[in-house]
Write a protein that binds this ligand. Structure first.
Ligand code: PMT
Length: 404
Protein backbone atom coordinates (compact mmCIF):
# COMPACT_ATOMS: atom_id res chain seq x y z
CA UNK A 1 0.00 0.00 0.00
CA UNK A 2 1.58 3.25 -1.15
CA UNK A 3 0.01 6.60 -0.21
CA UNK A 4 -0.55 8.09 -3.62
CA UNK A 5 -4.26 8.94 -3.61
CA UNK A 6 -4.90 11.91 -5.88
CA UNK A 7 -1.20 12.48 -6.62
CA UNK A 8 -0.48 13.62 -10.17
CA UNK A 9 2.55 11.81 -11.47
CA UNK A 10 4.23 12.65 -14.74
CA UNK A 11 5.96 9.39 -15.64
CA UNK A 12 8.88 9.96 -18.02
CA UNK A 13 10.19 6.96 -19.95
CA UNK A 14 13.55 7.15 -21.74
CA UNK A 15 15.37 4.69 -24.01
CA UNK A 16 16.45 1.55 -22.19
CA UNK A 17 15.47 -2.10 -21.96
CA UNK A 18 14.17 -1.46 -18.41
CA UNK A 19 11.29 0.48 -20.03
CA UNK A 20 9.28 -2.77 -20.04
CA UNK A 21 9.26 -2.62 -16.20
CA UNK A 22 7.74 0.86 -16.36
CA UNK A 23 4.50 -0.66 -17.64
CA UNK A 24 4.22 -2.53 -14.30
CA UNK A 25 5.18 0.64 -12.44
CA UNK A 26 2.43 2.59 -14.21
CA UNK A 27 -0.18 0.03 -13.14
CA UNK A 28 1.08 0.05 -9.56
CA UNK A 29 0.97 3.85 -9.32
CA UNK A 30 -2.57 3.90 -10.70
CA UNK A 31 -3.72 1.05 -8.47
CA UNK A 32 -2.61 3.11 -5.49
CA UNK A 33 -4.69 6.10 -6.48
CA UNK A 34 -2.23 8.18 -8.53
CA UNK A 35 -3.28 10.06 -11.64
CA UNK A 36 -0.52 9.32 -14.18
CA UNK A 37 0.41 10.93 -17.51
CA UNK A 38 3.14 9.24 -19.53
CA UNK A 39 5.79 11.11 -21.53
CA UNK A 40 8.15 9.05 -23.71
CA UNK A 41 11.35 10.06 -25.42
CA UNK A 42 11.93 8.89 -28.99
CA UNK A 43 14.46 6.35 -27.67
CA UNK A 44 11.88 4.89 -25.28
CA UNK A 45 9.47 4.21 -28.14
CA UNK A 46 12.12 1.91 -29.68
CA UNK A 47 11.76 -0.39 -26.65
CA UNK A 48 8.04 -0.17 -25.78
CA UNK A 49 5.33 1.30 -27.97
CA UNK A 50 3.31 4.33 -26.80
CA UNK A 51 0.24 2.15 -27.38
CA UNK A 52 1.25 -0.07 -24.45
CA UNK A 53 1.30 2.88 -22.06
CA UNK A 54 -1.76 4.41 -23.66
CA UNK A 55 -3.77 1.21 -23.20
CA UNK A 56 -2.60 0.86 -19.60
CA UNK A 57 -3.08 4.50 -18.58
CA UNK A 58 -6.20 5.15 -20.63
CA UNK A 59 -4.66 8.48 -21.64
CA UNK A 60 -2.83 9.88 -24.64
CA UNK A 61 0.91 9.28 -24.30
CA UNK A 62 2.94 12.43 -24.90
CA UNK A 63 5.97 12.07 -27.17
CA UNK A 64 6.44 15.29 -29.13
CA UNK A 65 7.40 18.75 -27.97
CA UNK A 66 5.67 20.49 -30.83
CA UNK A 67 2.67 18.44 -31.76
CA UNK A 68 -0.40 20.47 -32.68
CA UNK A 69 -2.86 17.82 -31.56
CA UNK A 70 -1.42 17.14 -28.11
CA UNK A 71 -0.49 20.80 -27.56
CA UNK A 72 -4.11 21.78 -28.07
CA UNK A 73 -5.26 19.05 -25.62
CA UNK A 74 -2.61 19.75 -22.97
CA UNK A 75 0.34 21.94 -23.90
CA UNK A 76 3.80 21.25 -22.53
CA UNK A 77 3.69 24.10 -20.01
CA UNK A 78 0.25 23.00 -18.84
CA UNK A 79 1.61 19.46 -18.43
CA UNK A 80 4.50 20.79 -16.35
CA UNK A 81 2.06 22.75 -14.14
CA UNK A 82 -0.27 19.75 -13.85
CA UNK A 83 2.26 17.43 -12.21
CA UNK A 84 2.88 17.04 -8.47
CA UNK A 85 6.04 15.10 -9.21
CA UNK A 86 8.08 13.99 -12.25
CA UNK A 87 9.32 10.41 -12.07
CA UNK A 88 11.72 9.33 -14.83
CA UNK A 89 12.05 5.57 -15.08
CA UNK A 90 14.18 4.36 -16.68
CA UNK A 91 16.52 7.33 -16.97
CA UNK A 92 19.27 6.59 -19.49
CA UNK A 93 22.83 7.95 -19.20
CA UNK A 94 22.12 10.15 -22.21
CA UNK A 95 18.94 11.61 -20.70
CA UNK A 96 20.68 12.27 -17.37
CA UNK A 97 23.45 14.11 -19.25
CA UNK A 98 20.94 16.21 -21.17
CA UNK A 99 18.95 17.23 -18.08
CA UNK A 100 22.17 17.93 -16.12
CA UNK A 101 23.19 20.32 -18.88
CA UNK A 102 19.84 22.05 -19.15
CA UNK A 103 18.84 20.77 -22.59
CA UNK A 104 15.27 21.35 -23.73
CA UNK A 105 15.39 19.57 -27.07
CA UNK A 106 12.51 17.16 -26.54
CA UNK A 107 9.30 17.11 -24.55
CA UNK A 108 10.59 15.32 -21.44
CA UNK A 109 13.75 17.41 -21.01
CA UNK A 110 11.68 20.58 -21.55
CA UNK A 111 9.22 19.49 -18.86
CA UNK A 112 12.10 18.93 -16.45
CA UNK A 113 13.19 22.53 -17.03
CA UNK A 114 9.70 24.01 -16.91
CA UNK A 115 8.31 22.19 -13.87
CA UNK A 116 8.64 23.51 -10.34
CA UNK A 117 8.02 20.15 -8.63
CA UNK A 118 10.25 17.38 -7.26
CA UNK A 119 12.05 15.37 -9.96
CA UNK A 120 12.82 11.72 -9.24
CA UNK A 121 15.25 9.89 -11.51
CA UNK A 122 15.59 6.10 -11.63
CA UNK A 123 18.75 5.40 -13.66
CA UNK A 124 19.11 2.26 -15.73
CA UNK A 125 22.24 1.60 -17.78
CA UNK A 126 25.25 -0.64 -18.30
CA UNK A 127 27.44 -0.80 -15.19
CA UNK A 128 30.45 0.75 -16.93
CA UNK A 129 28.33 3.65 -18.17
CA UNK A 130 27.07 4.14 -14.61
CA UNK A 131 30.60 4.13 -13.18
CA UNK A 132 31.91 6.50 -15.85
CA UNK A 133 33.12 9.81 -14.37
CA UNK A 134 30.97 11.78 -16.82
CA UNK A 135 27.78 10.06 -15.61
CA UNK A 136 28.78 10.48 -11.97
CA UNK A 137 29.50 14.19 -12.51
CA UNK A 138 26.12 14.64 -14.17
CA UNK A 139 24.40 12.90 -11.27
CA UNK A 140 26.19 15.14 -8.76
CA UNK A 141 25.01 18.18 -10.69
CA UNK A 142 21.43 16.95 -10.54
CA UNK A 143 21.65 16.16 -6.82
CA UNK A 144 22.91 19.65 -6.00
CA UNK A 145 19.81 20.99 -7.78
CA UNK A 146 17.54 18.85 -5.57
CA UNK A 147 16.85 16.07 -8.08
CA UNK A 148 16.41 12.78 -6.21
CA UNK A 149 18.22 9.75 -7.61
CA UNK A 150 16.42 6.46 -6.92
CA UNK A 151 18.85 3.55 -7.11
CA UNK A 152 20.20 1.99 -9.19
CA UNK A 153 20.38 -1.61 -7.96
CA UNK A 154 23.30 -3.96 -8.60
CA UNK A 155 23.10 -7.33 -10.28
CA UNK A 156 22.84 -9.12 -13.60
CA UNK A 157 22.28 -6.78 -16.50
CA UNK A 158 20.42 -7.28 -19.77
CA UNK A 159 23.74 -6.86 -21.62
CA UNK A 160 25.15 -9.92 -19.79
CA UNK A 161 27.39 -7.96 -17.41
CA UNK A 162 27.04 -7.68 -13.65
CA UNK A 163 27.27 -4.52 -11.53
CA UNK A 164 25.46 -1.29 -10.61
CA UNK A 165 22.98 0.15 -13.10
CA UNK A 166 19.83 -1.96 -12.87
CA UNK A 167 16.65 0.05 -12.52
CA UNK A 168 14.93 -0.45 -9.14
CA UNK A 169 11.87 -2.71 -9.20
CA UNK A 170 8.43 -1.16 -9.71
CA UNK A 171 7.31 -1.66 -6.09
CA UNK A 172 10.45 0.04 -4.72
CA UNK A 173 9.95 2.98 -7.08
CA UNK A 174 6.28 3.32 -6.12
CA UNK A 175 7.20 3.30 -2.43
CA UNK A 176 9.98 5.89 -2.84
CA UNK A 177 7.66 8.09 -4.93
CA UNK A 178 5.01 7.96 -2.17
CA UNK A 179 7.66 8.89 0.40
CA UNK A 180 8.56 12.12 -1.39
CA UNK A 181 5.16 13.47 -0.35
CA UNK A 182 5.83 12.72 3.33
CA UNK A 183 7.58 15.83 4.56
CA UNK A 184 7.19 15.19 8.33
CA UNK A 185 7.55 18.93 9.03
CA UNK A 186 4.68 18.79 11.52
CA UNK A 187 5.22 15.32 13.00
CA UNK A 188 3.48 14.91 16.33
CA UNK A 189 1.27 17.98 16.05
CA UNK A 190 -2.52 17.74 16.22
CA UNK A 191 -4.21 19.69 13.46
CA UNK A 192 -7.90 20.50 13.20
CA UNK A 193 -9.18 21.67 9.80
CA UNK A 194 -12.65 22.88 8.86
CA UNK A 195 -13.82 22.65 5.25
CA UNK A 196 -16.78 23.15 2.98
CA UNK A 197 -19.90 25.26 3.30
CA UNK A 198 -22.51 25.28 6.05
CA UNK A 199 -26.24 25.03 5.40
CA UNK A 200 -28.64 27.20 7.35
CA UNK A 201 -32.09 25.67 7.29
CA UNK A 202 -35.11 27.80 6.31
CA UNK A 203 -37.67 25.01 6.53
CA UNK A 204 -37.49 21.20 6.21
CA UNK A 205 -36.63 21.41 2.48
CA UNK A 206 -34.73 24.69 1.96
CA UNK A 207 -31.53 26.23 3.20
CA UNK A 208 -29.11 29.13 2.72
CA UNK A 209 -25.58 28.11 1.75
CA UNK A 210 -22.63 29.11 -0.44
CA UNK A 211 -20.55 27.74 -3.30
CA UNK A 212 -17.75 26.14 -1.26
CA UNK A 213 -16.96 22.61 -2.51
CA UNK A 214 -14.62 21.72 0.36
CA UNK A 215 -11.75 21.07 -2.10
CA UNK A 216 -9.41 23.61 -0.49
CA UNK A 217 -10.01 22.42 3.08
CA UNK A 218 -9.71 18.74 2.13
CA UNK A 219 -6.44 19.48 0.33
CA UNK A 220 -5.16 21.26 3.45
CA UNK A 221 -6.12 18.24 5.58
CA UNK A 222 -4.24 15.91 3.19
CA UNK A 223 -1.18 18.15 3.15
CA UNK A 224 -1.20 18.26 6.97
CA UNK A 225 -1.30 14.48 6.99
CA UNK A 226 1.67 14.28 4.62
CA UNK A 227 3.48 16.63 7.00
CA UNK A 228 3.18 13.93 9.67
CA UNK A 229 0.38 15.52 11.73
CA UNK A 230 -2.52 13.82 13.43
CA UNK A 231 -5.39 15.36 11.46
CA UNK A 232 -9.07 15.89 12.25
CA UNK A 233 -11.43 17.40 9.73
CA UNK A 234 -14.80 18.97 10.42
CA UNK A 235 -16.64 19.09 7.15
CA UNK A 236 -19.75 20.81 5.95
CA UNK A 237 -21.83 19.02 3.28
CA UNK A 238 -19.57 18.25 0.29
CA UNK A 239 -19.30 15.67 -2.48
CA UNK A 240 -15.74 14.56 -1.80
CA UNK A 241 -14.40 11.18 -0.69
CA UNK A 242 -13.28 11.09 2.94
CA UNK A 243 -9.48 11.34 3.04
CA UNK A 244 -7.79 8.21 4.38
CA UNK A 245 -6.27 8.41 7.88
CA UNK A 246 -8.09 11.67 8.66
CA UNK A 247 -10.75 11.69 11.42
CA UNK A 248 -13.78 13.24 9.76
CA UNK A 249 -16.79 14.75 11.55
CA UNK A 250 -19.64 15.70 9.23
CA UNK A 251 -21.79 18.67 10.14
CA UNK A 252 -24.38 20.76 8.37
CA UNK A 253 -25.01 24.13 10.02
CA UNK A 254 -22.64 26.75 11.44
CA UNK A 255 -23.98 25.95 14.92
CA UNK A 256 -23.06 22.27 14.44
CA UNK A 257 -19.63 23.21 13.14
CA UNK A 258 -19.15 25.53 16.11
CA UNK A 259 -19.95 22.83 18.66
CA UNK A 260 -17.85 20.17 16.82
CA UNK A 261 -14.84 22.52 16.79
CA UNK A 262 -15.25 23.49 20.44
CA UNK A 263 -15.39 19.83 21.45
CA UNK A 264 -12.02 19.13 19.85
CA UNK A 265 -10.19 22.38 20.39
CA UNK A 266 -8.48 21.50 23.67
CA UNK A 267 -6.73 18.63 21.85
CA UNK A 268 -5.58 20.84 18.99
CA UNK A 269 -2.17 22.42 18.36
CA UNK A 270 -3.02 24.06 15.03
CA UNK A 271 -6.49 25.15 13.90
CA UNK A 272 -6.99 25.85 10.18
CA UNK A 273 -10.36 27.37 9.34
CA UNK A 274 -10.90 26.83 5.62
CA UNK A 275 -14.67 26.39 5.88
CA UNK A 276 -16.99 28.97 4.39
CA UNK A 277 -19.11 29.33 7.51
CA UNK A 278 -22.39 31.20 7.08
CA UNK A 279 -22.29 34.50 8.94
CA UNK A 280 -26.04 34.42 9.55
CA UNK A 281 -28.73 31.82 10.14
CA UNK A 282 -32.51 31.94 10.39
CA UNK A 283 -33.88 33.43 13.57
CA UNK A 284 -36.70 30.88 13.39
CA UNK A 285 -36.68 27.72 11.27
CA UNK A 286 -40.14 26.89 9.99
CA UNK A 287 -41.26 23.41 11.09
CA UNK A 288 -43.28 22.98 7.88
CA UNK A 289 -42.51 23.77 4.26
CA UNK A 290 -43.24 27.45 3.71
CA UNK A 291 -46.07 27.92 1.22
CA UNK A 292 -45.94 30.33 -1.68
CA UNK A 293 -48.23 33.26 -0.89
CA UNK A 294 -47.41 36.96 -1.17
CA UNK A 295 -45.28 38.52 -3.96
CA UNK A 296 -42.40 39.32 -1.67
CA UNK A 297 -41.04 37.48 1.28
CA UNK A 298 -38.63 38.33 4.08
CA UNK A 299 -36.33 36.12 6.09
CA UNK A 300 -35.11 37.32 9.48
CA UNK A 301 -31.51 36.33 10.14
CA UNK A 302 -29.40 36.32 13.26
CA UNK A 303 -25.62 36.41 13.50
CA UNK A 304 -23.81 33.08 13.84
CA UNK A 305 -20.94 32.61 16.27
CA UNK A 306 -17.59 33.40 14.66
CA UNK A 307 -15.84 30.08 15.28
CA UNK A 308 -12.36 31.25 14.35
CA UNK A 309 -12.61 34.43 16.44
CA UNK A 310 -13.70 32.38 19.44
CA UNK A 311 -10.92 29.81 19.02
CA UNK A 312 -8.17 32.42 18.65
CA UNK A 313 -9.46 34.23 21.76
CA UNK A 314 -9.21 31.14 23.98
CA UNK A 315 -6.75 31.41 26.84
CA UNK A 316 -4.81 28.41 25.58
CA UNK A 317 -5.56 29.08 21.92
CA UNK A 318 -4.00 26.81 19.33
CA UNK A 319 -1.90 28.29 16.52
CA UNK A 320 -4.81 29.76 14.56
CA UNK A 321 -4.92 30.06 10.78
CA UNK A 322 -7.84 31.71 9.05
CA UNK A 323 -8.83 32.10 5.43
CA UNK A 324 -10.15 35.33 3.95
CA UNK A 325 -12.48 35.01 0.97
CA UNK A 326 -12.62 38.41 -0.70
CA UNK A 327 -14.03 39.90 -3.87
CA UNK A 328 -12.09 43.18 -3.49
CA UNK A 329 -9.30 44.82 -1.42
CA UNK A 330 -7.73 41.44 -0.73
CA UNK A 331 -4.73 42.63 1.26
CA UNK A 332 -6.40 45.27 3.45
CA UNK A 333 -9.38 43.05 4.27
CA UNK A 334 -7.12 40.08 5.07
CA UNK A 335 -4.81 42.19 7.26
CA UNK A 336 -7.85 43.51 9.12
CA UNK A 337 -9.12 39.95 9.77
CA UNK A 338 -5.62 38.87 10.87
CA UNK A 339 -5.49 41.64 13.48
CA UNK A 340 -9.13 41.81 14.60
CA UNK A 341 -9.42 38.03 15.06
CA UNK A 342 -5.91 37.87 16.63
CA UNK A 343 -4.80 35.15 14.24
CA UNK A 344 -1.32 33.75 13.74
CA UNK A 345 -1.78 33.58 9.98
CA UNK A 346 -4.36 34.20 7.29
CA UNK A 347 -4.59 32.85 3.74
CA UNK A 348 -6.34 35.37 1.53
CA UNK A 349 -7.95 34.32 -1.73
CA UNK A 350 -10.01 36.13 -4.30
CA UNK A 351 -13.40 34.54 -4.86
CA UNK A 352 -16.01 35.12 -7.48
CA UNK A 353 -16.67 33.90 -10.98
CA UNK A 354 -14.50 30.82 -11.46
CA UNK A 355 -12.12 31.75 -8.67
CA UNK A 356 -11.60 30.29 -5.21
CA UNK A 357 -14.92 28.50 -4.77
CA UNK A 358 -15.66 25.16 -6.45
CA UNK A 359 -12.69 25.06 -8.86
CA UNK A 360 -9.60 22.85 -8.81
CA UNK A 361 -7.01 25.63 -8.70
CA UNK A 362 -6.52 28.63 -6.49
CA UNK A 363 -4.04 31.39 -5.69
CA UNK A 364 -3.51 33.07 -2.36
CA UNK A 365 -1.44 35.49 -0.35
CA UNK A 366 -0.58 34.35 3.13
CA UNK A 367 -0.09 37.01 5.82
CA UNK A 368 1.34 36.79 9.30
CA UNK A 369 2.44 39.48 11.74
CA UNK A 370 5.93 39.86 10.37
CA UNK A 371 5.63 38.78 6.78
CA UNK A 372 3.66 37.66 3.79
CA UNK A 373 4.04 35.30 0.87
CA UNK A 374 2.25 35.06 -2.43
CA UNK A 375 1.34 31.56 -3.62
CA UNK A 376 0.75 31.57 -7.37
CA UNK A 377 -2.20 29.94 -9.12
CA UNK A 378 -1.82 26.15 -8.78
CA UNK A 379 -3.89 23.01 -8.16
CA UNK A 380 -5.39 23.21 -4.66
CA UNK A 381 -3.41 20.20 -3.40
CA UNK A 382 -0.09 21.82 -4.34
CA UNK A 383 -1.15 25.15 -2.89
CA UNK A 384 -2.17 23.36 0.32
CA UNK A 385 1.29 21.79 0.59
CA UNK A 386 2.90 25.22 0.25
CA UNK A 387 0.53 26.65 2.84
CA UNK A 388 1.31 23.82 5.29
CA UNK A 389 5.01 24.46 4.78
CA UNK A 390 4.54 28.17 5.65
CA UNK A 391 2.43 27.21 8.67
CA UNK A 392 5.14 24.76 9.81
CA UNK A 393 7.81 27.50 9.54
CA UNK A 394 5.79 29.91 11.69
CA UNK A 395 4.44 27.29 14.11
CA UNK A 396 7.80 25.61 14.69
CA UNK A 397 9.44 29.05 15.07
CA UNK A 398 6.82 30.20 17.58
CA UNK A 399 7.18 27.01 19.64
CA UNK A 400 10.98 27.22 19.63
CA UNK A 401 10.75 30.81 20.91
CA UNK A 402 8.29 29.70 23.63
CA UNK A 403 10.70 27.13 25.06
CA UNK A 404 13.75 29.41 25.15
O1 PMT B 1 -14.27 24.93 -0.70
P1 PMT B 1 -13.68 25.41 -2.01
O2 PMT B 1 -14.68 25.36 -3.13
O3 PMT B 1 -12.41 24.71 -2.34
O4 PMT B 1 -13.34 26.97 -1.85
C1 PMT B 1 -12.33 27.36 -0.98
C2 PMT B 1 -12.71 28.61 -0.17
C3 PMT B 1 -12.81 29.79 -1.12
C4 PMT B 1 -14.04 28.40 0.55
C5 PMT B 1 -11.56 28.82 0.89
O5 PMT B 1 -10.35 29.00 0.22
C6 PMT B 1 -11.85 30.00 1.79
O6 PMT B 1 -11.57 31.14 1.48
N1 PMT B 1 -12.45 29.72 2.99
C7 PMT B 1 -12.92 30.75 3.95
C8 PMT B 1 -14.25 31.28 3.49
C9 PMT B 1 -14.78 32.35 4.43
O7 PMT B 1 -15.77 32.09 5.09
O8 PMT B 1 -14.07 33.45 4.49
P2 PMT B 1 -14.47 34.75 5.38
O9 PMT B 1 -13.54 35.80 4.90
O10 PMT B 1 -15.95 35.00 5.27
O11 PMT B 1 -14.17 34.31 6.86
C10 PMT B 1 -12.90 34.57 7.49
C11 PMT B 1 -12.51 33.39 8.36
O12 PMT B 1 -13.42 33.25 9.46
C12 PMT B 1 -12.50 32.04 7.66
O13 PMT B 1 -11.36 31.34 8.10
C13 PMT B 1 -13.78 31.38 8.12
O14 PMT B 1 -13.64 29.95 8.17
C14 PMT B 1 -13.95 31.95 9.52
N2 PMT B 1 -15.36 32.08 9.98
C15 PMT B 1 -16.22 32.89 9.31
C16 PMT B 1 -17.51 33.05 9.78
C17 PMT B 1 -17.91 32.36 10.96
N3 PMT B 1 -19.15 32.48 11.43
N4 PMT B 1 -17.05 31.58 11.59
C18 PMT B 1 -15.78 31.42 11.13
O15 PMT B 1 -15.00 30.67 11.72
Amino acid sequence: MYRLTGKRILLGVTGGIAAYKTAVLLRLLQKNGADVQVVMTRGATEFVTPLTFQALSGKVVHTELLDLETESAMGHIELARWADVILIAPASANFIARVANGYADDLLSTLCLAADVPILVAPAMNQQMWLNAATQENLEKLKTRGVVILGPAEGDQACGENGPGRMLEADELALLTAKTFETNILTGSRILVTAGPTREAIDPVRYISNRSSGKMGYAVAMAALEAGADVSLISGPVNLPEPERVKVTNVSSAAEMHSAVMQKISDTDIFISAAAVADYSLETISQQKIKKSSDSFELKLKKNPDILLEVAALQSAPFSVGFAAETENLESNAQLKLRSKKLDMIAANLVGDNAGFDVDTNAMTVFWKTGQKQLQQAPKNRLARNLISLIADQYNGKNTNKTH
